[in-house]
Design a protein around this ligand. Structure first.
Ligand SMILES: [Zn+2]
Length: 295
C-alpha cells in the first residue's frame, strides 16, 4: 500500500531531487525538529534539519519509506530547483482577487512572455507548481507574493510536496512531465530587484532629507509597491506629485525619488517604461506647481 509513495520518492530522486519524508496525509516534515533532537543517528554530530537530511540515495529512501506511508518532500535548494507556487484563491480573499495562475499569466503578458512550459504539478488544493532549474552562481531563497498575488517561490530554505503525495483534500499530480527548464531570466530579474533600488525602498536615507520628507518617501513608496492592479498607476502618479514638492526645497533629490518610485512601481507590476514615463511627468508637474512654496 506504500508502494506508490516509495515510487514517488524514488522517481523524484532519479531526477536528482533531494527528498525527505513528510507526515502521512500531511505536508509538514516527518523528521524531528531541533528541540526534539536526541543527538543520535543522522544528528550524531549536531542536529540536521530536513534540508540537510534530504537525499537522492535509493537505499536511504527505501529504508525511510518502509517505516510509514510518508508523503514526499523535495528540498528545493539542494535539488537546484526554483519552484513557482501558484495558489488558488482563498475563502478570505476579497472578491475579485486573482488566483496564482491568473497572476502569473498577467505577469507574463506585462513582460511580453508566454507562460513557460516546464515540469508542472497540480497540488491537492488545486494550485500549480512550476519547476525550474536554479541559475548557477546565485543563491535564491523563498519569496511570498513578490511576483504577484498568490505567487510564491521555493528555493533555498524551502520545499515542495512531490507528485504522488496525498492530503485529505486531494493528491499532487504531474500535469506536465517535461524536464524542468532553466528559470527564465526575466523571472529571475523580477525576484532580484536592483541593489540600489532595493536599498532605497527598504530604508530610504537621502542625505539631505528632513525626517518628514524621508517619512513621506517611505510611506509613498510602500503605497505604490502594495497598490493593486486597478489603482497602481494612479497611486504612482499621486505619490510622485506628493514627493515632487520636496525636490525644489532640496529635502529630497530627484534621482532618489525616481529610483524609489520606479522600483516600487515595478514591484506593483507596472512595466519599467510605464513607471519612468509616469514618474517623470508627475514630478515635472509637481515641481512646476510647487516651486518656491514651503513643503
Ligand atoms: Zn536532530
Amino acid at each position: 500500500m506504500n508502494t506508490r509513495l516509495i515510487t514517488a520518492a524514488l522517481d523524484a530522486a532519479e531526477r536528482g531531487w533531494h527528498v525527505f519524508p513528510l507526515r502521512p496525509r500531511d505536508k509538514r516534515p516527518a523528521l524531528h525538529g531541533e528541540t526534539a533532537c536526541t543527538g543520535t543517528g543522522d544528528c550524531a554530530a549536531g542536529h540536521r534539519k530536513w534540508e540537510q537530511r534530504a537525499t537522492t540515495a535509493p537505499d536511504r529512501i527505501r529504508k525511510a519509506w518502509s517505516a510509514g506511508a510518508f508523503n514526499v518532500g523535495i528540498a528545493t535548494g539542494p535539488s537546484g530547483l526554483v519552484v513557482v507556487d501558484l495558489d488558488p484563491v482563498k475563502a478570505k480573499d476579497p472578491k475579485g482577487t486573482p488566483d496564482g495562475v491568473t497572476s502569473l499569466q498577467a505577469l507574463c503578458e506585462r513582460a511580453g512572455q508566454t507562460v513557460p512550459a516546464t515540469y508542472r504539478t497540480r497540488t491537492a488544493s488545486g494550485g500549480h507548481h512550476l519547476y525550474f532549474t536554479a541559475p548557477d552562481g546565485v543563491r535564491l531563497g523563498n519569496s511570498a507574493g513578490k511576483l504577484g498575488t498568490h505567487i510564491d517561490t521555493r528555493a533555498h530554505g524551502g520545499y515542495v510536496v512531490a507528485a504522488g503525495s496525498t492530503l485529505p483534500n486531494g493528491t499532487y499530480e504531474v500535469v506536465d512531465p517535461t524536464e524542468p527548464v532553466p528559470l527564465p531570466e526575466w523571472l529571475y530579474a523580477s525576484l532580484t530587484p536592483r541593489q540600489v533600488s532595493r536599498g532605497l525602498t527598504v530604508t530610504p536615507a537621502p542625505v539631505r532629507a528632513s525626517r518628514y520628507a524621508a517619512a513621506a518617501l517611505r510611506a509613498e513608496t510602500a503605497a505604490v509597491a502594495g497598490a493593486g492592479e486597478g489603482v497602481r498607476n494612479w497611486t504612482l502618479v499621486r505619490a510622485a506629485r506628493a514627493l515632487g514638492r520636496f525636490i525644489p526645497s532640496g529635502d529630497l533629490a530627484r534621482h532618489e525619488v525616481e529610483q524609489a518610485l520606479n522600483s516600487a512601481g515595478l514591484r506593483a507590476g507596472l512595466r519599467e517604461n510605464e513607471c519612468r514615463a509616469a514618474v517623470t511627468s508627475a514630478l515635472n508637474w509637481s515641481i512646476a506647481n510647487n516651486h518656491g512654496r514651503p513643503a
